[in-house]
Every structure is written in structure tokens, then in C-alpha cells.
Design a protein around this ligand. Structure first.
Ligand code: HEC
Length: 149
């Protein structure tokens, strides 16, 4: 099988193994976000000026495209570093990688972030995550993905 076929199959298997329906998944993601991300991004993902960018609404356009879903998965797995602009604000911080969290937790947070940006909970999900996990990237390389869209 080609690697792309394998990744698609792994993604589908991962999704099928998830116990939760899409709505439950997003609800779990909200709780996981509060526990893991809110200190920097705020519990409602509205961001904190000078600390970390907004993630609710700010990623609408990006998450509407497959490349944006891949970007989100890569930020979670590998982190992000370097100067970025978001909604007229500048940030130049370091987003730590969250690769140590299980797939189900990362997928749930991706699902919730999708719903906060006008996308279906399962818009990107499992396949993007499996692919990001299979790659080695520095936080700086992930920032290049952000620019490359
Ligand atoms: C220690 C603070 C911190 C924590 C905790 C944190 N982040 Fe971040 N996050 C940042 C910073 C800082 C940036 C911007 C990095 C830069 O300037 O390049 C960022 C950027 C992002 C981006 C990219 C936004 C964009 O506009 O491209 C996403 C997505 C993201 N974080 C998701 C999360 C999620 C999900 C969690 C929890 C699992 C999380 N972050 C936890 C600090 C944090």
C-alpha cells in the first residue's frame, strides 16, 4: 500500500475507535482545552494579548481548508515558534508541543476548535493527526506551514 493509503486507513481506524459521537467529542475537547490550553489562550479561546493568539473565530478561513487542518494538527504535535500576526496582533512566543497527550485528547480539542471556527467537529481530524505524528518537525518549521497556505 502507498503511504497515503496507509495514513488514510490509520486515520479511519482511529476515528472508528473513538467512543464519542462528534458532539461529545467537541464537549470533551472544551474540557481538555480548559485544562491544557486556557492558561495561555483563555478558556473561551479568545486569546490573551501579548501571550498567545486567539483561536476561536480567528482560524475560520484556515480551518476551512485541508492544509489548515494539517497545520492545526502540526501545531498540537510539534508546537509553534516565531513571529506571527493574528487579527491585527503580533505574537512572538513559543507554543509547547502536546505530543505527549493521547490521540483521543488531541482529536477532541481539534474537534472543539473546529466548532469554534464554524467547521464541523470532525472536519479535519484523525488523518491530519496521524500524518503530523508521523513527521518530525521543529516548532519553527510548523510556522512555515502557517505561511505556506
Ligand atoms: C504556554 C502557553 C501556551 C499553551 C499552554 C498553549 N499554547 Fe497555543 N500558542 C501559544 C503561543 C505563544 C502561540 C503563538 C506562537 C508564536 O508566536 O509563534 C500559540 C499558538 C497556537 C496556535 C496557532 C494559532 C495561529 O493563529 O496560527 C494554535 C492552533 C494553538 N496555539 C493551540 C493550542 C492548544 C490546542 C493548546 C492546548 C493543547 C495550546 N495551544 C496551549 C502558547 C500556548
Amino acid at each position: 500500500m502507498k503511504p497515503s493509503v496507509l495514513i488514510a486507513a490509520a486515520g479511519a481506524a482511529l476515528l472508528a475507535a473513538l467512543p464519542a459521537a462528534a458532539a461529545d467529542l467537541a464537549a470533551q475537547g472544551k474540557d481538555l482545552f480548559a485544562a491544557n490550553c486556557a492558561a495561555c489562550h483563555n478558556a473561551d479561546a479568545s486569546g490573551i494579548a501579548g501571550v498567545a493568539p486567539p483561536l476561536a473565530n480567528a482560524l475560520r478561513e484556515r480551518l476551512g481548508a485541508p492544509a489548515g487542518q494539517a497545520y492545526l494538527a502540526n501545531v498540537l504535535v510539534h508546537g509553534l515558534a516565531g513571529p506571527i500576526e493574528s487579527q491585527g496582533q503580533s505574537f512572538n512566543g513559543i507554543m509547547p508541543p502536546f505530543a505527549a497527550l493521547p490521540d483521543a485528547s488531541l482529536l477532541a480539542m481539534m474537534a472543539w476548535l473546529n466548532t469554534q471556527n464554524g467547521q464541523a467537529a470532525t472536519a479535519g481530524g484523525a488523518e491530519a493527526l496521524v500524518k503530523a505524528r508521523a513527521e518530525r518537525k521543529t516548532p519553527g518549521a510548523v510556522r512555515k506551514l502557517r505561511e505556506a497556505r
